[in-house]
Each structure stands twice: as C-alpha cells, then as structure tokens.
Design a protein around this ligand. Structure first.
Ligand code: CMX
Ligand code: CO
Length: 154
C-alpha cells in the first residue's frame, strides 16, 4: 500500500531558525516552502533522498500561522518536536478506503491539498497507537499517470 516514508513532520516555533539548524548541522537545503492556510502552517520541505518509485523523502518543518491550528495547539501542549509521519502511496483514495475499512478513523472524507500539489489525508492518532499519520500522493503520482514523478524534481 505504501512505497516510502514521504516525510516526517516537525513542529517548530520559528521556521527560519529551525531551517538554519538543519542547514548548519546537517547541510540540508530547503527544497520547497509554502504557506498552507487550510492547514494553518508555514512550512519548509528539506529533501533527504530520492526513492526508486520516483518520489523522495523529506523533513517537513512546520510553523503554525495561528494558535488554534493543529500544529499551534500541539506546540502549546507539547513544545517543539515530531508532530506526524507521512507515508507515500500511489493512490491516496484507495489507501484511505482500505485503512477506513479496517476501522481506523480517516479525518477527511476526501483528500485535501498538501505540499507541492500533493493530495493528503490524516489518520487519527488515537487509532494509530499515538502517531498522527498522514497519507500522501505526490503531484503527478496519481493513478493512471504512468511513472511516478515528484513535483519540482529535476
Ligand atoms: N500526535 C499524537 N497525538 C496527538 C497529536 C499528534 N500530532 N495531536 C493531537 N494528539 C492527541 C492529543 O494529545 C489528545 O490526546 P489526549 O486526549 O490523550 O490528551 C488528542 O489527540 C486530541 O487532541 P487535541 O489537542 O484535543 O486536538 P484535536 O482533537 O482538536 O486535533 C487532530 C487532533 C489529530 C484531529 C488534529 O491535529 C488534526 O486534524 N490533524 C490533521 C491536520 C494536521 O495535523 N495539519 C498540520 C500538518 C499539515 C501537513 O502535514 O501538511
Ligand atoms: Co505533513
């Protein structure tokens, strides 16, 4: 069902400072930045490696744009740290349906807009042993699109 870890989502208070840490400490460069108002986040994607399915793995750094967002609430309660994991799939609709059939709460009826034109949904952390879990189909990686291609990849 899943082909890779698409990203690890990390909640931070200061996106620029956190990007600076990842750059100075590990040499990671920012691959993409975006504000997603629906999710209430300003984010930076740091690309770790390409994978054989044509996708890649990322660190997703997330700064809340408002206190009542998912990340804002989580930060207030827990402080900075790992917020969620995201699995990559070629078909987020089918993966959501399959997981829902197993009794796991899928948070959205239909996948929503994610970073770099991807389509995303989330599984409730209480049904996943405490881990907020995101399912991602990258742009251009949907069913019938032929070989997987990562948006923005050269
Ligand atoms: N990981 C693990 N547990 C979490 C969690 C997380 N990230 N966020 C909340 N929880 C737990 C809380 O600790 C709480 O548990 P207790 O009742 O035992 O204290 C419970 O879930 C309810 O938490 P809450 O603070 O009351 O928050 P809500 O129920 O309002 O929201 C959730 C929780 C998962 C429904 C919400 O965070 C959500 O809709 N998340 C999906 C969207 C999202 O996270 N967007 C940001 C990332 C965007 C991106 O990746 O692109
Ligand atoms: Co994410």
């Amino acid at each position: 069902m899943f082909t890779r870890i698409d990203h690890i989502g990390i909640a931070c208070r200061d996106l620029d400072a956190t990007v600076g840490f990842y750059r100075a400490t590990y040499g990671f460069e920012v691959f993409h930045t975006e504000v997603n108002e629906e999710q209430g986040v300003r984010e930076a994607m740091l690309r770790i490696s390409g994978t054989s399915d044509g996708g890649a793995s990322y660190i997703q750094l997330l700064e809340p744009t408002r206190e009542d967002s998912a990340v804002g609430k989580w930060l207030a309660k827990n402080g900075e740290g790992v917020h969620h994991i995201a699995f990559g799939t070629g078909d987020v609709d089918a993966a959501s349906a399959a997981v829902r059939d197993k009794g796991v709460r899928v948070l959205y009826d239909e996948p929503r807009h994610g970073t770099m034109g991807s389509r995303i949904t989330f599984l409730h952390p209480k049904d996943c042993h405490g881990v907020l879990t995101e399912l991602v189909t990258s742009a251009g990686q949907g069913q019938g699109d032929g070989p997987a291609r990562e948006a923005g990849a050269r």
